[in-house]
Each structure stands twice: as C-alpha cells, then as structure tokens.
Design a protein around this ligand. Structure first.
Ligand SMILES: Nc1ncnc2c1ncn2[C@@H]1O[C@H](COP(=O)(O)OP(=O)(O)OP(=O)(O)O)[C@@H](O)[C@H]1O
Length: 278
C-alpha cells in the first residue's frame, strides 16, 4: 500500500502539516470555519498558517482584517505572507482581482494556487490550513494531488443538497489517497440571539450521518449564530472578539480533535511505510 498522497509535487520544508478544508458546496461556512479553527489551534501554542486558495471568493483577508496587505518580495523567488491575530495568512486575494480569477480555466487556476503555496516564504509552521475553492472539479483535484496534504477536513451544513456535495468531496480525497480527518457540521442549529430558542433550520445531524456512512470521524457541530457572522465581518473572528465564549470553546474542541486525527494519521502512515519496506 502507498503512503497517502505520495504524488505531491510540492514540498514545504518549513510546514509540518498541511490540512485542506473543503466543502462540495459554496457558502456553507468553509472560510469561517477555517479561520476560527486556525485561531483555535494557535491558542494551544501551535504555529499556524492559513492559505486562502478560494479563487472564486477569497474572503480570508476580510475575515482577518488584513485586506490592505500586499506581499513583499523575499529574494528573487519568494514573497512574504501576512500575519494577523497570531497566525500567518496568505491569500490569492492579495495578488489578483477575484473577478479575473473567476473566469480562469482549471489548469490556470490550479497552477496559480500551487505557485502561491510554493512561492510564499512560510515561517516555521506546525499546521497550514488550506481554504480550498468550493466544489470537486479539476482545480480541487489537481490541488489535492499537488499539495502535500496531511489530510482533509470537510465542512458541510446539514441539508441534503450540501451533504450530497460533501460526499463528493470525501470521495474526491479518497480517490487521491488523502486521509479524511473528519467532517464538521456548520450552521447545525440556529440559536436566536434574542431568546436563545434553538431551531434546526437546515435539518439535524446530516453531517454526523454522512461521517458515519463513510466511516470518517465526526469532528463536531457549530450553530448558526449571528455573532459568528458579525465577528467575521469586522475582521475579528469569534476566537479573537470573544475568546472565552461557548462558540470559541466549540472551535477549540474541534481543533483538538483535528490534532488527534493528524497524530493518528502520522502513526498509520509510519506503519504503512514500515510494512512497505519489509
Ligand atoms: N456558523 C455560522 N453562523 C453564522 N454565520 C455563519 C456561520 N458560518 C458562516 N457564516 C456566514 O455565512 C457566510 C458564508 O460563510 P463563508 O464565506 O465562510 O462560506 P464559504 O463556504 O467559505 O463560502 P464560499 O464557498 O463562497 O467561499 C458568511 O457571511 C459567514 O459570516
């Protein structure tokens, strides 16, 4: 058996683990979840970065309040990344106009993204989260093959249309031997900011059922809550604006689950390589 993702053509020497965050469907809260999980992980003392590879809607500069950042050259071939709230961030949005990128064909977009990853002067990082473009087409497939991924986290909402796309995402990563670290169910339940009434607007437990169906870990659920959106729009994600809240705690729990899954993957790929050598 082959070690996971052995065809990766990019090697990031300063980055220990690269984690893709993907969703089959757009708008399910992939970027929001990526940013908050990265900040949650940084709170545990890990060195964390985020790469915004969502060419159709690079939103991480806005979410981290760093829209005006412009990378500087480092030597002849590399460029700096931004830093915000204790994490490192690089975005396709710092370099190109998203309206131009939206019409790029698959190979061009995948080429630009792998170049962005390779030509950034990343500091030493324990985890680099890659906010993938939504969907499971050529761009996503090429990225999953070219980037040396430790694993993928799938973000979904609980309704059927999002779940069916999330399943396609799981299948895509499995096809290229990228381990699924788990499924996060976002917008799981709506909590009213006035009366705290809880309502499963998009259905209940769909992400959990999908994880069970594919026998991959269920990492946790996040509510649909006004404060999460408001914090993001201000460039101060919940982990920054309200670090001791129940919501921040949920992100921290999910981040801890991811750390555990990464460790489990490392162990299983070590044992796969050992048995390969025999
Ligand atoms: N749990 C949540 N509660 C409230 N609002 C949320 C939640 N998650 C995301 N949002 C909001 O939903 C909108 C879409 O989120 P986001 O941009 O993270 O989605 P996405 O899946 O990355 O979208 P795209 O695929 O278009 O890039 C944003 O306005 C964000 O603030």
């Amino acid at each position: 058996m082959n070690p996971p993702n052995q065809n990766s053509s990019l090697l990031l020497k300063s980055v220990k683990h690269v984690i893709a965050v993907a969703s089959g469907k757009g708008g399910v809260g992939k970027s929001t979840t990526t940013v908050n999980l990265a900040l949650a992980m940084a709170r545990t003392g890990a060195k964390v970065g985020v790469l915004d590879a969502d060419i159709y809607g690079p939103s991480i500069p806005l979410m981290l309040g760093i829209e005006d950042f412009k990378p500087d050259a480092v030597g002849e071939k590399k460029m700096t990344a931004a830093s915000a709230h204790g994490i490192t961030a690089q975005s396709i949005g710092f370099l190109i106009n998203s309206e131009d990128a939206a019409i790029w064909r698959g190979p061009m977009a995948a080429g630009a993204l792998t170049q962005l990853m390779n030509e950034t002067a990343w500091p030493e990082l324990d985890y680099l989260f890659v906010d993938m473009p939504p969907g499971t087409g050529d761009i996503q497939l090429t990225l999953s093959q070219k980037v040396p991924l430790t694993g993928a986290v799938i973000v979904t909402t609980p309704q059927d249309v999002a779940l069916s796309d999330a399943r396609k995402g799981i299948q895509m990563f499995q096809k290229v031997n990228v381990p699924i670290l788990g499924v996060v169910e976002n917008m799981s339940i709506h909590i009213c900011s006035q009366c705290n009434h809880q309502e499963p607007i998009f259905g209940a437990q769909g992400g959990k059922r999908t994880a069970e169906q594919y026998q991959v870990p269920f990492l946790g659920a996040l509510p649909l809550q006004l404060s999460i959106r408001e914090a993001m729009d201000m460039g101060k994600p919940t982990l920054v604006s309200d670090p001791d809240s129940a919501i921040s705690d949920l992100y921290i729990q999910i981040a801890n689950q991811i750390v555990k899954q990464v460790a489990a993957q490392q162990q299983s790929s070590v044992s796969i390589s050992i048995s390969d050598d025999e």
